[in-house]
Design a protein around this ligand. Structure first.
Ligand code: FAD
Length: 303
């Protein structure tokens, strides 16, 4: 069924690209949910779908399995996240070649966080790629890959200031990255100001907003705190008191994500990366709203 080509959509949807991010499942229940999610989202014909990579290669086996299945059983273009953490250059290069053999042509190149967790001091492996820019250069040397990198509208927590942060992005672009995907954010003004800064620094690659639909506000708020993303008071207020009311929480979450995405479209954005959290419902609804519709209802992945 690999040759199914899905196409879309309404007038608005035909102008918009999307990509979806998944994490490799930890157990059979999560695995079943992931493939149900993929089956539901596949007919939306995303530009690519990416699979994350755990600190120090801790998810390598699971990431590999997910990429292999995507490659073999779906019409989707798989993208592999890859980090520099706790691995020598030879080890990283071997992973790149292994993924390439599975049919992976797209990578999201990252420095990664220390295995001890976000907040611990990052130390590059003595024989490893010292920076993400070096990893990007290695990917470009090894194959004809499409390489995306991260970008931080609120700057990375380790960056002293925006100038340093954007300099890191510039080095990644100079090394061959052709797209940046942002950390999630909830204030579109922050994204717009960031893109202006990036353009002023002479960086012209797409800065694709990373959209995180809020399945669980308390979890998202905790995670945002760790990765330097600001949760505005108005957003916290919208979810206040809904801890034990999942139905209303879900309705509010879809309204919040819809508002954010529609506003970004009004500001000229035409490419979105969704952090799906391996769940289809909110992402599917937002895509429907912006005109991205399945043409063939049947996905080639059997859930
Ligand atoms: P970089 O962009 O290379 O650098 C981040 C910051 O580190 C810089 O802004 C700067 O503050 C500092 N820095 C780096 N190099 C230098 C230097 N030479 N001099 C001074 N300061 C420097 N993590 C995972 O483990 N697995 C994943 O699959 C994953 N996927 C992600 C996908 C996206 C879209 C995003 C936005 C993040 C993802 N992360 C992932 C998280 C990411 O690994 C962390 O945010 C990590 O802390 C930084 O990695 P990076 O590639 O963004 O770093």
């Amino acid at each position: 069924m690999k040759d199914i080509q899905f196409s879309r959509r309404s007038d608005l949807g035909s102008r918009i690209d999307v990509s979806f991010e998944f994490f490799p499942p930890k157990n059979d229940v999560m695995e079943a949910r992931l493939w149900e999610t993929i089956a539901r989202l596949e007919p939306l014909a995303p530009n690519f779908v990416s699979v994350t990579y755990g600190a120090g290669g801790s998810t390598k086996e699971r990431t590999t399995r997910a990429l292999a299945r995507l490659s073999k059983e779906s019409a989707l273009a798989p993208a592999a996240h890859l980090t520099c953490v706790d691995a020598s250059r030879d080890e990283v290069d071997a992973v790149i070649r292994e993924f390439a053999e599975l049919g992976v042509r797209r990578f999201v190149a990252l420095r990664g966080d220390p295995a001890e967790g976000v907040g611990a001091a990052y130390r590059p492996h003595p024989d490893g790629y010292q920076t993400t820019a070096e990893l990007v250069a290695a990917l470009r040397r090894i194959g004809e890959f499409d390489v995306s990198v991260s970008a931080y509208p609120e700057k990375h927590p380790e960056s002293a200031d925006f100038a340093t942060d954007i300099d890191v992005l510039k080095r990644k672009v100079d090394a061959g990255a052709t797209r940046a995907i942002t950390q999630f954010f909830f204030d579109n003004d922050v994204y717009e100001r960031y893109v202006e800064r990036v353009r002023r620094a002479g960086i012209y690659i797409p800065i694709v907003p990373g959209i995180l639909p809020i399945h669980n506000f308390a979890q998202v708020a905790g995670f945002a705190g760790r990765c330097g993303a600001h949760v505005p008071a108005w957003l916290a207020d919208r979810f206040a008191g809904l801890e034990n009311d999942p139905q209303t929480h879900a309705l509010i979450a879809s309204a919040v994500a819809a508002e954010q995405v529609l506003d970004l479209i009004e500001r000229g954005v035409d490419d979105f990366h969704f952090y799906t959290m391996n769940r289809a419902d909110l992402v599917f609804a937002i895509c429907h709203l912006i005109g991205i519709r399945p043409r063939a209802e049947e996905a080639s992945i059997a859930a």
